[in-house]
Design a protein around this ligand. Structure first.
Ligand SMILES: [Zn+2]
Length: 419
């Protein structure tokens, strides 16, 4: 018999929505809490068939992968019908996993509204800022989440810095952003071994591989109803040239998600990261705008570290466009270039996906060399064969050491998962 997740109560009060649920004993290990809580200004006017969507989106991959039954009193009909469609995207993305399970809604509700505005789901990175710019002349609302894997709700200091950056970027274009505080990364054991076991043998974690696309999108559903949103734009992270890759946020998944009268658009997939940096710089010049871009995974809560691979990639991408990274929230000095190029050549192993990204930067540097003041950058990329960037003794030594560590880690992890 299938295990069950049953929603017991949905209570909107004082701009917060509390959803309580029970789960059968054998799937209890996939939940840390039996309450799903998110903030939502004006939630009292939203039907429960919509208020439940943030929870449903974040529990669906668990339902599918454990072949369980999610039992709901009422659910938005448009969203219910879309589930089968975006589930196909997951099935194609992860053919090694079995997506089964059922959603039982006692009542399907038509929630139609006349769309008046569009919405961008905003973070502080290149992709989201580019998407806002691509749609800047539309009647637009901006929404972000506090509580994601990058910005946990217990890190108020980090969130405040992120929120100030988001407000600053939005203000550049005359927009006022909103945020939703949510426990969607906290109600499940996000980094625990149980969820890792569910997606074995997929390489990657639960957040990136299963949760973050629909998990974020679902939170927009009550907002869409209140503000009568026509389209929700979620910025692409990948593009065609980076295939094959796996990611829970993809055109084959996101574009099939729908709520009420709203359609989701996975935006900017036809552009690579350098195309996006180019567009941000171009629009910045045209309108005299400066954006506080945040890309760093190392010191996400405070500032770009300017020493990790992602910071390097973004700094070089900005230099390729002939602008100073200091104007985009990077503490970069020209003397840093020597270290960056040294690290890329001798210290940082670049996988296939990263080599593709650096080739785009290289193409742009060679194309735009007349506008690049620091000729060391042009010279280095002219003489560097990125296909051979990993073929030198210091890197090969490091690589062997890393592979050994990886192998030992894998053995220990498997031992830990079997236990
Ligand atoms: Zn960094």
């Amino acid at each position: 018999m299938n295990s069950k997740v049953i929603i017991n109560d949905i209570s909107p009060a004082n701009n917060v929505v509390y959803i309580s649920f029970t789960v059968d004993k054998n799937i209890d290990k996939y939940f840390r809490k039996k309450n799903f809580i998110y903030s939502c200004s004006g939630c009292e006017i939203v039907p429960k068939s919509i208020l439940v969507i943030p929870f449903v989106c974040n529990v669906l991959p668990i339902i599918w992968l454990t072949n369980s039954n999610l039992i709901i009193q009422e659910l938005d009909k448009t969203f219910f019908n879309s589930i089968q469609e975006f589930k196909k995207g997951y099935i194609n993305m992860y053919p090694q996993l079995e997506f089964k399970g059922n959603i039982t809604a006692n009542e399907l509700i038509n929630n139609y509204y006349e769309p008046k505005v569009n919405l961008v789901l905003l973070s502080g990175g290149i992709d989201a800022i580019c998407t806002v710019l691509r749609h800047q002349y539309e009647n637009l609302n901006l929404l972000t989440l506090w509580g994601s894997a990058d910005f946990p709700t217990n890190d108020t200091k980090g969130w405040n810095i992120q929120w100030e950056n988001i407000k600053y970027n939005a203000k550049q274009l005359g927009f006022t952003p909103y945020y939703i505080k949510t426990n969607f990364c906290d109600f499940i054991p996000l980094w625990g071994k149980e969820l890792s076991k569910l997606i074995k043998p997929v390489h990657g974690g639960w957040w990136h591989e299963m949760q973050h696309g629909i998990g974020i999108l679902g939170h927009a559903a009550p907002y869409l109803y209140i503000h009568k949103i026509g389209k929700v734009y979620i910025a692409s992270s990948f593009d065609e040239s980076r295939k094959p890759y796996t990611c829970a946020s993809d055109p084959t998944i996101d574009n099939f998600v729908a709520f009420g009268s709203t359609q989701v658009v996975h935006d900017g997939y036809e552009w690579n990261r350098q195309n996006k940096i180019h567009y941000i710089v171009k629009e910045g010049h045209k309108q005299n705008l400066k954006f506080k871009i945040h890309v760093c995974l190392r010191q996400y809560q405070i500032e770009n570290c300017c020493h990790c691979e992602k910071c390097y990639r973004t700094i070089l991408g900005l230099l390729a466009e002939g602008v100073s990274p200091t104007d985009y929230n990077f503490n970069y000095q020209p003397e840093d270039l020597k270290h960056i190029l040294y690290d890329l050549k001798y210290n940082i192993f670049l996988n296939r996906d990263k080599i593709i990204a650096y080739k785009k930067i290289q193409e742009r540097i060679l194309e735009n060399q007349n506008n690049i003041k620091d000729k060391r950058l042009v010279d280095w990329f002219k003489k560097t064969d990125l296909n051979k960037i990993n073929q030198n003794l210091p890197k090969m030594k490091k690589r062997i050491y890393q592979q050994m560590r990886h192998l030992i880690g894998k053995i220990l992890r498997n031992f830990y998962l079997i236990k």
